[in-house]
Ligand binder design. Structure first.
Ligand SMILES: CC(C)(COP(=O)(O)OP(=O)(O)OC[C@H]1O[C@@H](n2cnc3c(N)ncnc32)[C@H](O)[C@@H]1OP(=O)(O)O)[C@@H](O)C(=O)NCCC(=O)NCCS
Length: 409
């Protein structure tokens, strides 16, 4: 590395031709002009930091600015992806530096939390991300399943990306007070919800809206079909439900009735809220395989400001003192007193002795409500020196709902 000049900086539009080769290649896709054009249209260059070796882009990390809800609060959120390094330059610490730079930019931009989806948990754990959300998965053969209850009235209507505002009204109603969903803007609806990648191209997904007998939109489903392993000349299809929201029982049942009409599909896959009860609505639940699927890994980019934005759902006053270890971000590292007051939370640095200690990773999983404080104390995520502090933590981190986002990024 010492023989070459390494520069870390935000991309400029001039770097997009290089990024449009680097990024698809890292994910085993074929670079093409459409990818470069899409980048130019959708991603302002300052969202991506790159590593340049002698002027050549060899690694990059993009952070898409989003807003994550937590029981009425809105928290600026950095959705990270893609993270790439060209194969010849891997395991030299380039991405390590870029992840830290991305976190510094998040803090400057007020993005108090960050999230990402990955198969490489061990990589991101080193930089403070921790599993912080969960999804319940279903998979089944649609022909094998029938529902115990039927919708009474209402019909499905086909929808296109131009109908995104109708879907958004339903989504906002459904997620306003929830724990984890992201606020979606038009571009997110059109690019990340209502389209999907198919053989290296972005294509429209299928969508239906459930309209009740009074003409009101009460739910929607967005889904796509994808090819499975060929069997002779036949290519079996799998349906993946990308998003499904219902405001009423009739909409919920009616949308499932719609999904079950996909009788040619060999498999239907859906990842949803952990409290969803679809399996229990089936005459034979054993035909539906239920799994626990990974939600996002979450990171606290700014401890002080994240707590200032987080609502307090516990009872009465609660406080504890925690040593937080953050190996990457000095402004988080240290001992903090975290307390509730007037329905809000407050974190400030203290010289007092810590009652508990944990990594900034464990703090993220507690913060979203994914990790229960008592479980954390019993499994090594949190080290406890004053046992009563665990009950205080349970108050501070109380949530009404499991942390879950219907998005992927
Ligand atoms: C994953 C990827 C981005 C890592 O890039 P890289 O430049 O090799 O990463 P770095 O050299 O900066 O590694 C930083 C640290 O993470 C570790 N690490 C890197 N990849 C890892 C992985 N897949 N699993 C576990 N640890 C990993 C490194 O060993 C290093 O640890 P150290 O600091 O203790 O030495 C790169 O391999 C890549 O582009 N892969 C294909 C695309 C991809 O999978 N992107 C991520 C999708 S979420």
């Amino acid at each position: 590395m010492s023989r070459v000049n390494v520069e870390y900086r935000d991309l400029t539009l001039d770097d997009y031709d290089q990024a449009a080769i680097l990024e698809p290649r890292a994910f085993y896709n074929r670079p093409d002009a459409e990818y470069a054009e899409r980048m130019r249209q959708i991603f302002p260059p300052e969202w991506t930091v790159g590593a340049f070796l002698d002027g050549k882009l060899v690694a990059d990390v993009r952070t898409v600015p989003m807003v994550r809800r937590l029981h009425g609060a809105k928290m600026a959120f950095g959705a990270v992806g893609p993270v790439t390094c060209a194969a010849p330059y891997r395991r030299r610490g380039l991405v390590a530096r870029l992840l830290t730079l991305a976190l510094e930019r998040m803090r400057d931009r007020g993005q108090v939390l960050s999230g990402l989806y990955t198969p490489h948990d061990a990589l991101y754990q080193r930089f403070g991300w921790e599993r912080g959300e969960v999804k319940k998965g279903y998979s089944f053969h649609p022909k094998d399943v029938s529902l115990r209850f039927r919708s009474a009235g209402g019909l499905t209507e086909p929808a296109t990306p131009d109908d995104w505002q109708r879907l958004d009204r339903i989504y906002r109603d459904k997620t306003r007070d929830a724990n984890g969903p992201l606020i979606r803007v038009e571009q997110w609806w059109k690019e990340a919800v209502l389209k999907h990648w198919d053989h290296g191209k972005m294509v429209d997904s299928d969508a239906v809206i459930w309209v009740d007998d009074d003409g009101r939109d009460q739910g929607y489903a967005v889904y796509l079909n994808r090819s499975m392993a060929p069997e002779g000349n036949w290519v079996p299809q799998e349906i993946f439900i990308r998003d499904f929201q219902a405001l009423t029982a009739d909409a919920y049942l009616g949308l499932w009735e719609h999904m079950l009409t996909h009788d040619l599909a060999v498999n239907l896959v859906f990842e949803t809220h952990p409290a969803d009860t679809f399996r229990e609505l089936c005459e034979d639940p054993h035909k539906v395989k239920a799994t626990v699927e990974d939600g996002a890994m979450i990171r606290i980019a700014d401890v002080e400001r994240a707590f200032a934005l987080r609502p307090y759902l516990g009872d009465g006053l609660a406080a504890f003192t925690a040593r937080i270890e953050d190996r990457n971000l000095a402004w988080n590292n240290g001992t903090w007193r975290i307390e509730s007051a007037d329905g809000k939370l407050h974190a400030e640095r203290t010289d007092a002795t810590a009652e508990v200690s944990m990594s900034v990773n464990a703090l993220a999983a507690l913060f979203t409500g994914f990790l229960n404080p008592e479980v954390a104390a019993n499994t090594g995520f949190v080290r406890v020196t004053r046992p009563d502090a665990v009950a205080e933590m349970a108050q501070i981190f109380a949530v009404d709902d499991a942390p879950y986002s219907p998005d992927y990024y």
